[in-house]
Design a protein around this ligand. Structure first.
Ligand code: MN
Ligand code: MN
Length: 402
């Protein structure tokens, strides 16, 4: 039995809650390698089924590579009237130094309160629709309605809000350009008002102190309200100009890069001008296809898996390699310059995001490097078939078919 078929049996028996060791030995004729893969002790069949590469890693894995997967499914969810939020930060996921992620749901009318924070905020809408608003340092205003696949970016310190729209609000992913940032530690309009003496508020807003009798005593963070009026009505309320570079971007409106095994859409400061500190790629890999062997010379990669299932192997310096499995809602992380590839392990399209704390997307392709290096030099290292060397792609393949 090969490594791959053995891991399938283990995954299948794990899903069925049976003793994998017994099943494997029975199907295998009890060869030494497979006896060594038995697991008669305590186990969690659900987790084992989701993580076949943990117990039965490919034999090419080697050495000690820090964990590079963290599921949003195990993060604490802060539930309030109007929605919920959960986060994956450096505190729970120590490798993730450059970016912290938040997954948030807002009901129809539910508001993520007016606030600001030190890191910049990048986002993609995952389900439903929202109204987002912001005002910049020159008083220029911004409001837009965003739907599935749309992005937004609020620069460091720019105040903003998010509100779920009918019929069912929204769910989205936020990425902050600092892995240590906590979404539960932001500057909230309600808290600043609550922690300012009424006589100061009266002076600041040129109103009697009694005008502030009803302000909330505690933060709102997420709260239920009525859905907003049409966007045009909201925009008409300010007489200041609009922000010069829109904070939203219709990622799905741009034609994707078509590859042999899927598509790639890139959004960075070259096309999404406001997004100066986060570069993004949305990658689609057809069933059993491969996001090619590559690395990123400019930044760590923070990943979010949207749909399908995947297996990623990270190749680190010193000949180390480790494989982990990914499902929707999982976060992956690859340190700058570490080699990696991602396989679609399922029968559906794999869809995931690659995010970088950078103004631009950059990657180095192993195949393209080899193709554009003198072939005698490559051949002296790898002893490959001459035909393979001659047909290496001088253009980047990005995603390959099965
Ligand atoms: Mn924010
Ligand atoms: Mn990558």
């Amino acid at each position: 039995m090969s490594w791959l078929s053995r891991r399938r049996v283990i995954a299948a028996t794990a899903a069925g809650g049976l003793a994998a060791g017994t099943r494997v030995a029975a199907q295998d004729g009890g060869g030494n390698a497979d006896r060594s893969h038995s697991n008669p002790g305590p186990r969690d069949p659900g987790l084992a089924a989701l993580n076949p590469s943990a117990f039965t890693p490919p034999p090419t894995d080697h050495g000690d590579v820090p964990a590079f997967k963290y599921p949003f499914s195990v993060a604490h969810t802060r539930v309030q009237d109007g929605g919920w939020a959960r986060q994956v930060t450096e505190k729970d996921f120590p490798i993730a130094k450059s970016i912290a992620g938040v997954n948030m749901r807002l009901t129809s009318g539910g508001i993520r309160e007016l606030h600001w924070h030190l890191p910049a905020e990048w986002s993609i809408m995952l389900a439903g629709k929202a109204r987002i608003t912001a005002v910049d340092q020159q008083g220029r205003h911004f409001a837009a309605d965003v739907g599935v696949g749309d992005l937004w970016f609020f620069p460091s310190g720019i105040p903003h809000s998010i509100q779920g729209l009918p019929p069912d609000g929204c769910e989205f992913l936020l990425a902050f350009d600092d892995g240590a940032f906590s979404e539960f530690d932001t500057f909230l309009i309600s808290e600043w008002m609550a922690h300012t003496p009424k006589e100061v508020l009266a002076k600041n807003f040129a109103a009697p102190e009694s005008a502030f009798a009803q302000i909330p005593k505690q933060q709102l963070y997420i709260f239920q309200a009525d859905p907003p009026p049409p966007l045009a009505d909201d925009l008409a309320q300010s007489h200041q100009p609009l922000v010069p570079e829109p904070f939203n971007f219709a990622m799905m409106a741009q034609p994707p890069i078509q590859t042999k095994g899927g598509t790639v859409r890139i959004a960075d400061s070259r096309n999404f001008k406001a997004s100066k500190t986060i570069a993004a790629a949305l990658v689609e890999v057809e069933p059993h296809g491969l996001r090619e062997l590559h690395w990123h010379p400019n930044a760590d990669e923070w990943q979010y898996y949207i749909s399908g299932t995947a297996r990623m192997t990270v190749f680190s310096s010193g000949g180390r390699a480790r494989t982990q499995d990914f499902a929707p809602g999982d976060v992956g992380y690859i340190k700058r310059a570490d080699g990696h590839y991602i396989e679609n392990t399922g029968t559906d399209t794999l869809r995931f995001l690659e995010l970088f704390r950078s103004d631009r997307y950059e990657d180095v392709s192993l195949a393209q490097w080899m193709a554009n290096t003198p072939k005698e030099l490559v051949q002296a290292h790898l002893h490959l078939a001459e035909d393979l060397i001659d047909h290496l792609p001088q253009d980047k393949p990005l995603v390959l078919p099965s």
